[in-house]
Design a protein around this ligand. Structure first.
Ligand code: KG4
Ligand code: ZN
Length: 309
């Protein structure tokens, strides 16, 4: 009914990345205003709600605790049921908001700053992990390469914008794990390859920076396209949901839309605002959890890491 997102770009930009302590302090300052704004936009009062969904993890503990404390107090005060949501279940739910016709079974590609994973979704309550990254996440690789190229935080979108001006065939970066069986990913080697290229050419001319950005982006996204296509075939699926911050990437979208037209599968991408972190996707996953009868106790804790599936 309403989606309100509070960004912290200005808080972290001077440091070139997220500073955990500053993140949780800023959450504490903003959380009640964000909730008020969402209720006002939706035109409902707290007692008109069916429940409260909150991210329990994985993520930065300080930030998660702010959300959990607020959600618990709010649910207790208004007598509402509370439900804890795994961050990746939230991302997966964003595809179902975007396309209500999306029905299990489907393949879920989760590509964010913290995760790179393929899931078979047969039952939304229990996605099955097919494979994930062994080291860096793809969004993390975008952010690190952006830093190498001297781009400001947040790096991923800035790198994608610079890549638009470059020639993606200029440098043949490795496509890690692309040819290997299974669904594991690896991005730390690609990042190192870019670092070596930058070092060898430095100081970089502007055209070279754009070519490196475009060539990196091509390598990073080609692997995602290849593995998704293979998983669709192996698993006998004909729908692919692409979620998480990197699902906002235009090249990834283009290549998957082309592959979908060629191979006859359906590719679902949430709108950009639902790709990067947002509370609408957590509400949506929580709604499904409440409908299944899930309820969290007020002792619900935060977790920094925990696989989904
Ligand atoms: O899902 P998300 O908002 O937060 C996490 O759960 O991590 O994803 C953030 C990640 C960052 O690494 C950011 O650089 C990346 O998504 N990202 C992009 C683009 N927009 C955001 N990466 C590539 N191209 C983009 N257009
Ligand atoms: Zn996320």
């Amino acid at each position: 009914m309403a989606s309100v997102v509070h960004h912290q770009v200005e808080v972290h930009a001077p440091y070139g990345g997220v500073v955990p302590e500053l993140a949780s302090r800023d959450h504490a300052r903003a959380v009640s205003q964000v909730v008020d704004a969402a209720l006002e936009r939706a035109g409902v009062g707290p007692r008109g709600l069916g429940g409260v969904a909150v991210t329990a993890g994985p993520g930065l503990l300080g930030s998660l605790l702010v959300g959990l404390c607020f959600a618990k107090a709010f649910a207790y005060r208004f007598g509402l049921p509370l439900v804890g949501v795994h961050h990746l279940s939230g991302h997966l739910a964003s595809a179902e908001i975007a396309d209500p016709a999306l029905r299990a079974p489907y393949l879920g590609l989760v590509v964010s700053g913290g995760h790179t994973a393929l899931y078979r979704i047969e039952d939304e309550a229990a996605p099955r992990l097919l494979g994930e990254t062994r080291d860096d996440a793809v969004g993390e690789a975008f952010d690190k390469v952006a830093k190498l190229l001297g781009l400001p935080y947040p790096g991923g979108p800035a790198l994608a914008a610079l890549a638009e001006e470059g020639d993606e065939t200029a440098i043949d970066f490795p496509r890690p794990m692309a040819g290997r069986p299974g669904y594991e990913f690896s991005y730390s080697g690609l990042k190192t390859a870019v670092a070596l290229e930058v070092e060898a050419r430095s100081p970089l001319r502007d055209g070279e920076r754009a070519d490196i950005a475009a060539s990196f982006q091509a390598a990073a996204t080609d692997v995602l396209v290849a593995k998704s296509q293979r998983a669709l075939g192996d698993e006998g699926l004909d729908q692919l949901a692409v979620v998480g911050g990197v699902a906002a990437n235009a090249r990834l979208r283009e290549r998957l839309v082309d592959a979908a037209a060629r191979e006859g599968f359906r590719a679902v991408f949430p709108p950009l605002a639902l790709c990067t972190d947002n509370a609408a996707m957590i509400a949506s996953a929580g709604y499904a959890g409440l409908a299944r009868g899930e309820r969290a106790e007020l002792s619900l804790g935060a977790f920094a890491r925990a696989p989904l599936g």
